[in-house]
Write a protein that binds this ligand. Structure first.
Ligand SMILES: C[S@@+](CC[C@H](N)C(=O)[O-])C[C@H]1O[C@@H](n2cnc3c(N)ncnc32)[C@H](O)[C@@H]1O
Length: 409
């Protein structure tokens, strides 16, 4: 009877696609509507079917990491594509709905990121071996969405296009003081100092990033122009002509959104411009995948537009431009995955097999969330002043406009 109930729940959960499951007792069953390629998985643990229907996201992720769930031909793309589509549609069966009542409370607790906790959350991810990041990021160690202005751009070119697009939105003039909140390994700050003449201060909570960013500034002869501090953004003082923050807002947490935008407002000169670039959900507020929160980004959350705008409005910012990038992060993650797999032997020399499986799962799950589950990137250009930026977007496409004029002549 319990087996029948479980089977019905699995049928409900995997209602589309063609999923063939081989259970630990050797029994094989098909789930879904038979559409698409068959994905065949084997479960090697008796408790797994029960865990999957109770908490599909966590159970599937952990079982894959541990080798308790294996996939024919290790077709993780095929399996996660099917799983993500189905879990998005059917992942909240009636017996999980009461949990929804506590969802807001749970969400606030999980995203409560006071300074000490924010530091620990950052260390969990960014203080992993620097050698790991060399295995999949571009040479400038950009750890955020690249901008594929042209199809077939290399990752290096698309990351460069991202930095230039953001720099253009910031309208930087030589000598301007620029603050980079969540500066990573310093790539954006160094670009703004070297190519735009900015005086940059970057802050990060990662010791690894902090050390490397300053070493890179030194090596490039930019130490007088670009400085990086190991510091929580809430401890900053002074004001800046420009503020940039790329891929950091995902770590802030909804309970701190007002604090974040208040800080941006306080640190920005009255005529200044800020550019906040973050992953976003093209849906109402939601929850972080429990697997991602446990293994990859503790304390992290992807905002919906309404959540971010509520706090932006409270600071009386003018959102002088809001741009949405759709599939650029999916492409970025595909590049990261392919580079990681091309270097898998080096990854195995750094970390154990479970870690390597976890990392691959993370890269593919995130890519497919952008491709299939309405995740996007928001770029908020903000200013307290109405005419801080030109009245049309032409200034962002000057080269394109010139090329068009040229072609017309
Ligand atoms: C995904 S990385 C992005 C790095 C870089 N901006 C890039 O695009 O490559 C997120 C960054 O946010 C930083 N960060 C997260 N929470 C922070 C906080 N409370 N204060 C300062 N930096 C923070 C991390 O240390 C890390 O450098």
């Amino acid at each position: 009877m319990w087996t029948t109930v479980l089977d019905r729940l699995l049928l409900h959960l995997f209602s589309s696609g063609d999923l063939k499951i081989t259970f630990p007792d050797g029994v094989t069953r098909h789930y879904g509507d038979g559409s698409g390629q068959t994905v065949a998985v084997t479960l090697h643990d008796d408790s797994l079917p029960r865990k999957i229907v109770i908490s599909p996201d966590m159970a599937v992720g952990e079982a894959y990491m541990d080798g308790r769930l294996t996939i024919e031909d290790d077709d993780l793309y095929g399996f996660l594509g099917l799983a993500i589509r189905n879990i998005a549609q059917n992942g909240q069966p009636w017996f999980r709905r009461p949990l929804e009542l506590g969802r807001h409370v749970m969400r606030s607790v999980a995203q409560f990121n006071p300074m000490g906790r924010a530091q620990a959350n950052v260390a969990h991810h960014y203080d992993l071996s620097g050698a790991l990041y060399d295995l999949f990021l571009d040479a400038d160690r950009q750890y955020s969405c690249a901008y594929f202005r042209e199809p077939n751009m290399t990752l290096e070119a698309a990351q460069d296009a991202k930095k230039r697009h953001i720099a253009d939105k910031l309208l930087i003039e030589p000598g301007m003081r620029v603050l980079d909140i969540g500066c990573g390994w310093g790539g954006m700050g160094l670009t703004l100092a070297r190519d735009y003449g900015a005086e940059v201060l970057g802050v990060t909570l990662s010791r690894e990033q902090h050390a490397m960013a300053n070493a890179r500034a030194e090596q490039a002869g930019l130490a007088g122009k670009a400085r990086f501090e190991l510091m929580d953004y809430r401890k900053l003082e002074g004001t800046f002509d420009r503020i940039v923050s790329v891929g950091m807002f995902e770590h802030v947490g909804v309970p701190h959104y007002d604090e974040y935008f208040r800080t941006v407002k306080q640190r920005l000169a009255p005529e200044g411009i800020a550019l906040i670039h973050t992953i976003g959900r093209a849906d109402p507020p939601g929850v972080t995948s429990p697997w991602i929160a446990k293994y990859i980004f503790p304390g992290g959350y992807v905002p919906s537009m309404s959540e971010a705008l509520k706090s932006i409005e409270k600071q009386h910012f003018i959102a002088t431009d809001i741009e949405i990038w759709r599939l650029h992060y999916a492409e970025t993650l595909r590049h990261w995955h392919d580079r990681f797999m091309a270097n898998i032997d080096k990854a195995r020399a750094l970390y154990d097999e479970r870690f390597c499986r976890m990392w691959r799962y993370y890269l593919i799950a995130c890519e497919l969330t952008f491709r299939l589950n309405r995740q996007v990137v928001f770029q908020f250009q903000l200013s307290p002043k109405q005419d801080a930026v030109p009245l049309t977007r032409d200034y962002l496409y000057r080269d394109d406009v010139r090329a068009m004029q040229h072609a017309a002549e």
